[in-house]
Write a protein that binds this ligand. Structure first.
Ligand code: SF4
Length: 343
């Protein structure tokens, strides 16, 4: 039996439209105080703030968080680079002991180039990996990560994970779309599938942090992204039934004509921040009643603070599912690309 068969199923696009996919709780735990990449589009622009916040996620606090969310569909270790934490293995042991069914990590994958290290995580229950890779060659990837040598290590990390698939490992990748890699969707997809990746996710940039700072240099229009993805899927579909490529975090009204199978979405999740960081982000920390020095935030909190809809959205068939459009995107490009899809 495969690991997938034991795991809760990811909701389909249709289930999402009905709202079924929203009820499952995912927990994100922010633990990486630092990151050994330096991506041009990183939404975590405030490195010092992240260092303070994620350093405060001690093993004791992480244990407390895991206790609060027992029964969640998934726990994902994320923020900064989780593999820089030497106590990650202890956190995995806690999560496994508490019965979490799916334990995952968002990572640049560089440290996973070491088979003994990767195997030590898998042995402790981490079976799902979301690996960030932004190109199919060193020039493209490292131009975006601004970290020489990162490409070869990340690819070696993917190869290691592929070797560990017989232990139930599932490998997804995340490629953040910029003006530079958008023309290479097909090459990136074929390269990653050739290295054993199960699902290739193309993430549209969140217009926050550095992606906002460098917006004019790197942020493609939604219209261009959707058109190129549509053409890529059409081409890929000639040689593979339902290519395992997904376009995520783009207003659905701009993606009509892309097969539903390939229209991905960002799952609902909760995460904790220190009271200090929550206050800095404009959340009324007192109202949330901080416990253990931490405040619980949901995806909706982040969306409400940074995205908008307009009156016409009420007539769109995707209104209930749509998180809205980044204010920082609208400030530059307005609403012209977003046309409500009739119900
Ligand atoms: S609700 Fe508005 S922004 Fe969202 S998909 Fe519909 S028209 Fe686009």
């Amino acid at each position: 039996m495969s690991a997938e068969a034991d795991e809760p199923k990811t909701p389909t696009f249709e289930q999402r439209l009905r709202g079924d996919g929203r009820s499952q709780e995912r927990l994100h735990v922010s633990i990486g105080a630092i990151c050994n990449n330096n991506c041009l589009f990183c939404m975590e622009e405030d490195r010092d703030g992240r260092y303070v916040n994620n350093s405060a996620m001690t093993l004791e606090r992480v244990g407390w968080i895991l206790e609060q969310h027992r029964g969640a569909e998934e726990v994902c270790f994320t923020s900064g680079e989780p593999t820089t934490r030497e106590d990650l293995k202890d956190m995995l042991e806690l999560a496994t002991k508490l019965g979490y069914q799916r334990i995952s990590m968002m990572t640049n994958g560089r440290r996973l180039a070491s088979l003994p290290y990767a195997a030590s995580l898998v042995k402790r229950g981490m079976k799902r990996f979301y690996v960030s890779i932004h190109g199919h060659d060193a020039k493209l990837h490292e131009g975006l990560t601004r970290t020489p040598g990162s490409f070869v290590q990340t690819v070696a990390g993917l190869d290691t994970l592929t070797q560990l698939k017989r232990f139930g490992v599932v490998v997804h990748t995340s490629t953040v779309l910029t003006d530079r890699n958008l023309p290479h969707l097909g090459e990136i997809y074929r390269f990653l599938r050739g290295h054993g990746v199960d699902q290739v996710v193309f993430n549209v940039m969140q217009a926050n942090g550095r992606a906002n700072t460098f917006f004019e240099q790197i942020f493609p229009t939604y219209t261009d992204i959707a058109a190129r993805f549509r053409a890529f899927i059409e081409e890929a579909g000639k040689s593979e039934h339902e290519p395992k490529a997904f376009l995520v975090d783009i207003p659905l009204c701009t993606t009509e004509g892309i097969p539903d199978f390939n229209r991905g979405f960002v799952e609902t999740y909760s995460h904790y921040e220190t009271t200090q960081k929550a206050l800095l982000e404009g959340v009324d920390a007192e109202e949330r009643k901080p416990t253990n020095g931490l405040v619980l935030l949901t995806r909706k909190d982040v969306d409400d603070a940074t995205r908008d809809k307009r009156a016409e959205c009420a007539n769109c068939k995707y209104d209930a599912q749509c998180e809205g459009v980044w204010r920082n995107y609208l400030r530059r490009r307005g609403w012209d690309e977003m046309t409500p899809v009739p119900k």
